[in-house]
Design a protein around this ligand. Structure first.
Ligand code: PMP
Length: 292
């Protein structure tokens, strides 16, 4: 997990660079009461040899954020401007470690009443960041009793703050039940994704992942891994419905996400995945992804 966050780090808040300790919102803020915010998560990797910090696909992340903000009628600056702001933010903090960048746009009016008005604000916070889940020896995942939210209720694709209650319930239940992470099914019983990650199965040499219509977030790491599997490993990659029982029949399984990277799953619902060891395809994709 991330270490203690210093209140001295510089964040971009209400159009200014200020210390984190001064970036505060009021208790009646619309987004705090009703979940009307949209966030993103971007990783930066510190390269010791080059003494440089590299942001991973910031344009793709900001394009997704801008599109998702528009869904809630929140306007944010152009993608290029957001990338420049982030570079400036990182430079001001002089980070010399891996980081995680959290852009957050939110309905900012301070009043009671669920219908939102036009008032909105955004912030960008960057913090030093280590492993999100310690997955080196493989994770034990459990199918959640909570179902993935439907696109027609709160679009899962949109990274809307309020929607993450669904993820929080599933992640909390998983940990209380002794699992490392949850796997959520859709209302119709198809496998969707993890609480904050996409899911891949390896079966008979093919890479399989649930389709976007199964209420998943269109993960940027998911897209990278599909591309790398096709291009570097010459694997067939299939997006299709995954029935729950296939979780117990596959050879390998892993989560992908900005925070989790490529995280192997070696047990699911108290059953070994394949041999119960981290599989060769997972190992290879993890390596190729981190190298890329
Ligand atoms: N699904 C959910 C629900 C997530 O919150 C995340 C993390 N953003 C992902 C998948 C992975 O997406 P990405 O690879 O773009 O980080």
């Amino acid at each position: 997990m991330s270490p203690e966050i210093s209140p001295d780090i510089i964040v971009f808040f209400q159009n200014r660079f200020v210390p984190l300790r001064d970036a505060r919102v009021g208790i009646l803020t619309h987004a705090l009461n009703y979940g009307t915010g949209v966030f993103e998560g971007i990783r930066g990797y510190w390269e010791e040899e080059q003494e440089e910090l590299f942001l991973v696909r910031p344009r793709e992340h900001y394009l997704r954020w801008k599109t998702n903000c528009a869904l809630l009628h929140i306007h944010v600056p152009a993608v290029s401007e957001l990338c420049d702001l982030t570079v400036e933010l990182v430079a001001q903090n002089r980070f010399r470690s891996n980081i995680y960048v959290r852009p957050l746009a939110y309905k900012s009016a301070q009043r009671i009443g669920v219908h939102p008005d036009e008032r909105a604000d955004f912030a960008i916070v960057a913090i030093p960041f280590g492993d999100y889940l310690d997955s080196r020896s493989g994770l034990h995942a459990g199918v959640s009793s909570w179902r993935r939210i439907e696109d027609n209720a709160i679009p899962a694709r949109a990274k809307i703050c309020g929607a993450y209650v669904n993820s929080a319930l599933a992640a909390d239940e998983a940990r209380r039940n002794g699992f490392d992470e949850a796997i959520l099914l859709t209302e119709s019983g198809h496998v969707a994704e993890g609480s904050a990650s996409n899911l891949f199965l390896v079966r008979q040499g093919k890479l399989i992942t649930p389709p976007v219509i199964d209420n998943i977030l269109e993960g940027i790491t998911r897209a990278c891994v599909m591309e790398l599997a096709r291009r570097e490993l010459h694997m067939k990659v299939v997006e299709r419905h995954v029935p729950r029982s296939e979780l117990y029949a596959c050879d390998e399984m892993f989560f992908t996400g900005t925070a989790v990277e490529v995280a192997p799953i070696v047990r699911v619902d108290h059953r070994p995945v394949g041999t119960g060891e981290i599989g060769p395809v997972t190992n290879l994709l993890r390596r190729v992804y981190l190298e890329a």
